[in-house]
Design a protein around this ligand. Structure first.
Ligand SMILES: NC(=O)c1ccc[n+]([C@@H]2O[C@H](COP(=O)([O-])OP(=O)(O)OC[C@H]3O[C@@H](n4cnc5c(N)ncnc54)[C@H](OP(=O)(O)O)[C@@H]3O)[C@@H](O)[C@H]2O)c1
Ligand SMILES: O=P(O)(O)OC[C@H](O)CO
Length: 314
């Protein structure tokens, strides 16, 4: 039995009652854990909800992470409480990842990243899926692995939290590009080239953050890239697909259910690319498209007409 190592049920608090927080809450409840979901509309105070929490999991959109982390800091917690972050974004002010924000607020606590090819609608339908929990604190990652693992949700551990986190974050920009590719009916060869070169770009950015290259070839990188770049269930893919049909970003976001983090992430990556002088051509064209500086066709032409070069700089 997967959960036989858990002697007692854990007290799990999930911050953010959106699509992902709700799906994760269901997974932990099915495994017999005491789960409390919190959102800013909650009638209970955060301090009350957090009482006796063994695990605090954040599934807050990137725009709320800094505020919520500082709100949590004002509440009293056991020193053993483990933080889990499931947000896929980057902070526009500091370019930090969510796990870096949580770790800075709680330097003495274990912080675990949860990320993988996990379209919440499929998880809600109890379709099989796999994910990764990553931390410098192996015991904490193994605890979180046990809390969420089941016959329909296979959880792997990994020692590279920032790599796992960036896989899930950076693929959102590529999913916007993939949506454009499909919306323009560019074919299977074009999509394969886009996703593969997108992965190269993700590794390039990840290495700046100190992430390991091999992490990007696992579930949280390539795995999530394949899921998100090929599914109309992805909000980021939908943004790209609808941009290709001629809608404006404002029109698309107004009708989109939930958060498309790739829009903000793309802007943050442009800052990083300028500061670090690293080429991220696909991200740059997605950025120019989101800013309405180019049409989808012009963005495609820019990518196809770049200087020819070796596939790898070996
Ligand atoms: N949905 C998925 O399939 C999926 C899968 C894996 C990872 N993720 C990631 O998980 C995160 C959440 O995604 P989601 O799909 O659950 O989004 P969502 O349905 O839009 O929910 C976002 C949640 O964040 C909260 N929030 C937003 N801004 C906030 C703020 N300033 N202060 C406090 N709370 C705030 C929202 O609270 P209110 O309800 O009060 O607005 C809501 O609970 C994203 O980073 C996403 O990339 C999503
Ligand atoms: O709907 P999206 O584009 O935010 O994608 C959801 C998850 O990140 C897929 O793993």
């Amino acid at each position: 039995m997967i959960n036989s190592k858990i002697e007692n049920s854990k007290s799990v608090v999930i911050l953010g009652a959106g699509a992902w927080g709700t799906a994760l809450a269901k997974l932990a409840r099915v495994n017999g854990h005491q789960v409390r979901l919190w959102s800013r509309q909650d009638s209970q105070t955060l301090a009350t909800v957090l009482q006796d929490a063994d695990i605090v999991l954040s599934a807050i959109s990137m725009k709320g992470v800094t505020d919520v982390a500082s709100l949590v800091k004002s509440c009293s917690l056991s020193p053993q409480t483990i933080f889990v972050t499931a947000t896929k974004g980057l902070d526009p002010q500091t370019t930090r990842t969510p796990s870096q924000i949580w770790q800075a607020e709680f330097p003495d606590h274990a912080v675990v990243v949860l990320s993988g090819p996990n379209l919440s609608k499929e998880i809600e339908q109890e379709l099989p899926a796999a994910t990764v929990v990553a931390s410098k604190n192996t015991a904490a990652a193994e605890m979180v692995q046990l809390v969420f693992s089941s016959s329909r949700f296979r959880v792997y551990t990994n020692p590279d939290p920032v790599g796992v986190e960036l896989g899930g974050t950076l693929k959102n920009v590529m999913a916007i590009a993939a949506g454009v590719c499909d919306g323009l009916h560019l074919g299977t060869n074009a999509k394969a080239a886009l996703v593969t070169r997108g992965l190269t770009e993700m590794v390039r950015i990840g290495n700046i953050f100190g992430a390991k290259t091999e992490t990007f070839y696992g579930l949280s990188g390539l795995g999530d890239l394949l899921a998100t770049c090929n599914s109309p269930l992805s909000r980021n893919y939908q943004v790209g697909y609808q941009l290709a049909s001629g809608k404006t970003l404002t029109e698309i976001l107004a009708a989109l259910p939930g958060t498309a983090e790739g829009v903000n992430t793309c802007r943050v990556l442009m800052q990083i690319s300028q500061q670090q002088n690293i080429p991220i051509p696909i991200t740059e064209q997605v950025y120019r498209l989101l800013e309405a500086e180019v049409t989808p066709q012009e963005a495609l032409d820019e990518l196809m007409l770049r200087d020819i070069k070796p596939e790898y700089n070996l």
